[in-house]
Design a protein around this ligand. Structure first.
Ligand code: NAP
Length: 244
């Protein structure tokens, strides 16, 4: 029986597509957002109109207490969390030399500490049940160097290490931990790069197009499914062949 899926940062972009796909696979979904309440609530209404259980909860994943409260709220309304997707993330371009300590800290706090906060909040139930699934959203820039995105790249590489180490630690408890590393995906996160850069990135992608949020959602839904029941500690790159 499927339980509740918590997808961090699911009001927009990749997280929204993941939440939608999981909902249609039968998961009750908790939609997390930080600012865009209207978008999150619109998604909840859409999923509910399709007959699925869903709720939206505001929480900054970097805030441990807020994440704990979100998990308790989701459990109370939708039921115990059996699937966590650590998707919330921020990016920023600039020379490493110019980066402020505040920028470094915020990127680490959202992308890495946020995943830790959410994992530690859902683990007690998963450990008690001796089952559960965690999917971390890294990036191809966590697997290869990214000029002018050094800190972002560091956080995404750390999510790969987190995935592999935690997978080993949690395997005896039958909790699987996997990772999806997207390539360039058409969302608000990359819109700011400008059309010329997006055209160049398309050209560098062997499959000749940028990814869609749904491309990532399919990979996450696979890891979350019974079809992946013997798969843990893995990183699936979904990038149109960009870093092959
Ligand atoms: P996006 O379009 O910028 O959406 C970000 C989502 O995360 C929004 O729902 C936002 O909520 C939420 N969010 C941001 N900071 C948060 C925080 N502190 N606490 C809770 N929620 C927060 O981003 P995206 O492109 O979908 O990216 C999703 C994930 O995929 C990120 O981890 C990103 O690093 C990764 N990724 C993206 C690409 C790409 O090309 N797009 C490539 C590789 C990896 P609000 O709507 O409330 O602001």
């Amino acid at each position: 029986m499927k339980q509740t899926a918590l997808v961090t940062g699911s009001s927009r972009g990749i997280g929204r597509a993941i939440a939608t796909a999981l909902s249609r696979e039968g998961w009750a979904v908790c939609i997390n957002y930080i600012r865009q309440k209207d978008a999150a609530e619109q998604l909840v209404r859409q999923l509910q109109s399709e007959g699925h259980a869903a709720m939206a909860v505001q929480a900054d994943v970097a805030d441990r207490a807020a994440v704990e409260a979100m998990v308790r709220a989701a459990e109370a309304t939708l039921g115990p969390i059996g699937l966590l997707v650590n998707n919330a993330g921020i990016a920023g371009q600039g020379l490493f030399q110019d980066e402020t300590t505040e920028q470094w800290d915020r990127c680490m706090d959202v992308n890495l500490r946020g995943a830790r906060n959410a994992i530690q909040a859902v683990l007690p139930h998963m450990l008690h049940e001796k089952r559960g699934c965690i999917v971390n959203i890294s990036s191809m820039w966590g697997l290869r160097g990214a000029s002018c995105e050094v800190t972002y790249s560091c956080t995404k590489a750390a999510l790969v290490a987190l995935t592999r180490s935690l997978a080993l630690e949690l395997a005896p408890s039958h909790i699987r931990v996997n990772c999806v590393a997207p390539g360039v995906i058409r969302t608000d996160m990359v819109t700011g790069l400008g059309q010329d850069t997006l055209d160049a990135l398309t050209e560098q992608t062997p499959l000749g197009r940028l990814g869609t949020p749904e491309d990532i959602a399919h990979a996450v839904a696979f890891f979350a499914s019974e079809k992946a029941s013997f798969i843990t500690g893995q990183v699936l790159t979904v990038d149109g062949g960009f870093i092959v």
